[in-house]
Design a protein around this ligand. Structure first.
Ligand SMILES: NC(=O)c1ccc[n+]([C@@H]2O[C@H](COP(=O)([O-])OP(=O)(O)OC[C@H]3O[C@@H](n4cnc5c(N)ncnc54)[C@H](O)[C@@H]3O)[C@@H](O)[C@H]2O)c1
Length: 371
């Protein structure tokens, strides 16, 4: 039986102990391990590219078993598989996990084509699998505050704009698997960070992007020993939504000083909302008579924001807290509790559709409709 999530559930709902297996242990694999534990789960096993890497990770994190990927997928002790590998492996591993009867958390991008993402989403529906994708910026309480405030006035939003800027690829010598399109996929900046921004836009505003016109920016054609780079360092794009708004998005992974600058402004003639991921403890609310800064954790916070506000105001929450809350909500779903706002494989499929539209538009220089 399913019940509806409310703040009271956080305290009183009994939850099954979930046993997790994590595949891939780089930056995000370690974030997942911490989040599983914060959500009350048990990290039963880790697998990685090699068994030696898995053993080192298990030792570092105090995890009982280091397994090969196939052993982990078939392990009867594991309820949920967390896929934290480079992009190209996501679809195959997610399919194997679903077919092995596991719940799945698969990193974004869910797949590197719409066809693969659709296949996975169909499998999830067929097998009634709980399968989620970490669009974790949804879990900042200030984002929930914006969503709660926008819900009654969303149709009057006219301008939705922002950026997502990083600098970790600013040096020509920097190499990473994301720079190899056979591993990272055909889109880099949009597939890696643009999908987060678009997910946030659609989640917070309830608008759906219907048309996109994108131009790619490529600063480096070669990097270090890699003579050909065939994916974008950034992009500029304009778009239209199903509710008649228009907007723009600027993306870059080569902007000096910008570390993880995800920023949006959603505007109407009477109210505007600004969120800055690098300063996530408050939301800027624009009005005609006055502007306000709404701090996380204050008494006036909406119920939606309160549900994710775990610490008193002035005690900063951040990225890892978002991840913890996302894994916790996924595990609640596995336990049979219906939770609002959990990003699923359907949202992963949506991101794949947007990515293909952006790629198509960047090639032709024309507007592309997202069906
Ligand atoms: N949701 C988010 O906010 C977020 C943030 C960062 C990364 N990610 C996603 O997480 C994934 C991993 O990114 P990362 O930054 O942790 O990368 P990373 O390079 O830090 O780590 C990748 C890990 O995968 C392992 N690996 C490589 N090839 C493998 C294979 N064939 N089979 C199994 N494991 C393999 C590597 O050894 C390494 O442990 C990417 O898909 C990325 O898009 C998501």
């Amino acid at each position: 039986m399913t019940t509806t999530f409310s703040r009271a559930d956080v305290v009183v709902t009994p939850q099954l102990v979930i046993n997790a297996g994590v595949i891939g242990f780089g930056f995000i694999g370690e974030v997942h391990v911490r989040a599983i534990r914060a959500a009350g789960g048990v990290v039963t096993a880790i697998a990685a590219k090699t068994i030696e890497e898995a053993q080192a990770a298990a030792l570092k994190m105090g995890v009982e078993k280091a397994l090969t990927i196939d052993e982990l997928l078939q392990d009867p002790d594991i309820d949920v598989v967390h896929i934290c590998t480079p992009n190209v492996f996501h679809a195959e591993l997610a399919e194997k996990a679903i077919r092995a009867g596991k719940s799945v958390i698969c990193e974004k991008p869910l797949a590197i084509s719409v066809a693969e993402a659709k296949h996975l989403n169909d499998l999830v529906i067929e097998n009634q699998t709980i399968a989620t994708v970490p669009f974790v910026y949804r879990y900042h309480p200030s984002v929930r505050e914006a969503r709660a405030r926008i819900a009654p006035m969303k149709d009057s939003l006219v301008l939705l704009h922002g950026f997502y800027l990083q600098d970790w690829l600013s040096r020509e010598s920097t190499l990473n698997w994301r720079l190899d399109s056979s591993v990272g996929g055909p889109s880099r900046a949009f597939g890696d960070i643009g999908v987060h921004w678009c997910d946030l836009l659609e989640f917070v505003t309830g608008h759906r992007i219907t048309h996109i016109n994108a131009q790619f920016m490529q600063v480096f054609d070669s990097r270090g020993e890699k003579s050909t780079i065939d994916t974008e360092d950034g992009a500029t794009m304009i778009f239209k939504t199903d509710k008649g708004a228009q907007g723009s998005l600027v993306l870059s992974q080569v902007s000096a000083g910008r570390k993880n600058k995800l920023w949006f402004s959603f505007e109407s003639p009477t109210e505007s909302y600004v969120f800055d991921q690098e300063a996530p403890e408050s939301l800027w609310v624009g009005g005609l008579a006055s502007n306000q800064i709404v701090f996380r954790g204050v008494a006036e916070e909406s119920e939606e924001a309160k549900a994710y506000s775990f610490l008193p105001a002035g005690h900063p929450q951040g990225y890892q807290d978002c991840f913890n809350a996302f894994v916790s909500d996924t595990y609640r779903s596995i336990s049979g509790i219906t939770v609002d706002g959990v990003p699923t494989f359907k949202d992963g499929l949506r991101a794949a559709k947007l990515t293909e539209a952006v790629l198509a538009s960047s090639k032709t220089g024309t507007w592309v409709e997202i069906k």
